[in-house]
Design a protein around this ligand. Structure first.
Ligand code: ADP
Length: 612
């Protein structure tokens, strides 16, 4: 088990700081939510006072021999005001809830915007993914709680309870100032217990999030329809079940530990309430019996004592609720405070036409990844040049693409575009330079036009998207679809939607790259999922697609790169050969040996190749 003691650390921000942060955010994004919630405070205090004043008033009317009309007027006015206050409180709660929801929605938008501006290399790290997961929970409704909106709500609740405490405390002090001390001190035990529980919950949250994320991952993978075939045929159900049971067991063990601690803290709370209230009522009864209080005073103070005791408890509860919400808000703020790393706001202007790209002694190492994946790599892609990057699996090709596209930062060395270091561009501007087609294809339930354009509805130029799809070799597919370019993807969500094969999806990504029409085209193993005819089509179209662009074509299939101007042969993170295909073959090095090995599978005279 994780050593909780060692993990204890101070919350990212104090509850007070988080309350002010919430108020500032509300005043900026949803001022009505702030003012309506604030108005609830004086109304709440009035209602609390009226609740104990009313019975005492009735008793006073009877004891002092008032006429029925006089009593009805006095009581009626107070009753009317109470009714009015209660109705306004209800209405305020309902309306401010709606505005609070708007405030939370705004925060969700900010969270997603933050994720987009978080540097990819940082965003992909596990602690950041975990923090993101916790920050999301702060904005979500879970178990009837939504920390981001609970934070201001509980703070207003605390203020209301503090005002009630002062009001009722003033009344109780007429009976005995010591009673104020007793009624205030007793719940401190409860407060300490609840605080100990919350500290434990906060200190263990990282270990719990880790288990929850793993559980989510296994559940997601197990329920992923795309994996249904593999799970059946490879008998992976048992393995998934085992992993699920193990993680579920860990998750349940955490819940048990948390529940037990919460139960013990509540038990202490009940014991203290019993002692506290018993003592106070005994004192009041003794004073009444000794004739130190009149009947209506007895009724008033009786109400004040029970109210006062309740408000002391309410202050503790509101404070605990506020702290619980505050700890979640800490996660949200910590995530939002991550450095943006989007580059200088007024960065260098990204070129509009095919640029020159230089890798100058670039090395890259994954965190905890051991050795350098790329080592002192130097090469230049001239404007409009078609460069092929070849190498076996694990040579570092995809890593190089991520560096080129600005998703990673070199561990050492520099990448320059038209002589300008990459760090001098604003990331958003830099991303405009590239039309990449990555190996892993992800499509969602949008229409084909929207997917290709990366825009929704009218903003997607359907005619242009269709032309790009035809250029990418999806003309026949389009003609066969009843809704053509407006057909939606994903049959599971859209009844008359379509499903694409792996090769078709890859071509669709190619169409998306064509639609973007950026000055640099990057194709990372674009033919991996294509049949030989489609593959051939891509090679034929490659010249046309790369016209006027600097392009990088990545493949582990050495024969597929002959139509490029130059080939870079990557091996163990270094460039082990460079030149045209014929040149590299003539050099007779590692490239020639691997080419011979790969091509022998396609020859009629194949007698059995060298072992790969
Ligand atoms: P290629 O695209 O040539 O097959 P990659 O660039 O994907 O090669 O990977 C190069 C090396 O870096 C491999 O040894 C791989 O295991 C390692 N690697 C890739 N991604 C990561 C990562 N996120 N963390 C740690 N190591 C990684």
């Amino acid at each position: 088990m994780t050593n909780v003691k060692e993990e204890k650390k101070k919350p990212y921000r104090s509850a007070g700081s988080n309350a002010l942060w919430s108020f500032r955010g509300m005043l900026r994004d949803a001022p009505l939510a702030f003012w309506l919630s604030a108005l609830g405070v004086p109304i709440g205090v009035f209602l609390a006072w009226a609740e104990i004043r009313l019975p005492a008033l009735v008793v006073a009317q009877v004891v002092n021999g008032r006429t029925f009309v006089q009593a009805a007027w006095a009581v009626g006015v107070l009753l009317g005001l109470t009714g009015l206050a209660a109705a306004s409180q209800r209405a305020l709660e309902g309306v401010s809830q709606t505005y609070l929801r708007r405030y939370c929605y705004q925060k969700c938008v900010e969270l997603n915007r933050k994720s987009m501006s978080c540097f990819y290399q940082v965003y992909e790290k596990k602690p950041v993914r975990d923090l993101h997961s916790r920050a999301e929970k702060a904005a979500q409704m879970w178990n009837g709680k939504q920390p981001l909106s609970d934070m201001p709500k509980e703070t207003f609740g605390l203020v209301k309870n503090l005002l009630c405490y002062a009001l009722f405390g003033g009344m109780v002090s007429f009976v005995s100032p010591w009673l104020v001390v007793l009624l205030t001190a007793a719940p401190a035990v409860n407060w300490l217990c609840a605080r100990a529980y919350q500290r434990y919950e906060y200190a263990t949250r990282e270990a719990r999030t880790d288990v929850e994320r793993r559980l989510e991952y296994v559940t997601g993978r197990g329920a992923d329809f795309a994996a249904a075939k593999d799970i059946r045929i490879y008998g992976m159900a048992g393995w998934l079940k085992e992993a699920y049971q193990d993680l579920f067991g860990q998750s349940a063990a955490w819940s048990r530990r948390l529940n037990l601690r919460q139960f013990l803290s509540r038990l202490a709370d009940l014991g203290i309430i019993l002692l506290r209230d018993g003592g106070a009522y005994a004192l009041l009864t003794a004073m009444f019996l000794r004739g130190q209080l009149t009947v209506d005073q007895f009724v008033l103070y009786f109400g004040a004592i029970s109210g006062f005791a309740a408000y002391v408890g309410n202050i503790m509860n509101a404070w605990n609720e506020m702290r619980a919400a505050s700890l979640r808000v800490c996660d949200f703020r910590e995530y939002m405070d991550l450095p943006e790393q989007m580059g200088p706001a007024q960065g260098a202007k990204a070129p509009q036409s095919a640029p020159e790209i230089t890798f100058d002694r670039v090395s890259f190492r994954y965190e905890n990844g051991g050795a350098d994946v790329l080592r002192e790599l130097s090469f230049t892609m001239r404007p409009g040049e078609r460069v092929a990057l070849v190498g076996m699996n694990g040579a570092g090709k995809t890593t190089l693409v991520k560096l080129l596209c600005g998703l990673y930062k070199p561990t050492s060395g520099e990448i320059r575009v038209n002589g300008v270091p990459v760090e001098e561009f604003h990331k958003k501007d830099y991303y405009r330079l590239f039309s990449p087609v990555f190996q892993d294809v992800k499509t969602a339930f949008f229409s084909l036009a929207e997917t290709v354009a990366g825009r929704l509805g009218e903003e997607a130029d359907a005619a242009r998207a269709e032309a790009c799809m035809r250029r990418a070799g999806l003309g026949d597919k389009l003609d066969a679809l009843p809704h053509g370019i407006h057909t939606k993807l994903d049959k599971q969500v859209n009844q008359d939607g379509t499903e694409l094969s792996g090769g078709e999806a890859q071509k669709l990504m190619m169409a998306r790259a064509l639609y973007k029409d950026a000055p640099v085209l990057v194709l990372d193993e674009p033919t991996a999922a294509l049949d030989p005819i489609a593959e051939n089509e891509i090679y034929l179209q490659y010249r046309d697609m790369t016209e006027g662009k600097t392009s990088l074509f990545i493949s582990h299939r050495l024969a597929s790169t002959q139509f490029c101007d130059r080939i870079l042969f990557l091996q163990d993170g270094r460039i082990a050969g460079e030149g045209a295909h014929a040149q590299l073959i003539a050099q007779g090095g590692e490239y020639a040996r691997l080419y011979e090995m790969q091509s022998c599978w396609y020859r009629d005279d194949y007698q059995g190749g060298e072992e790969l």
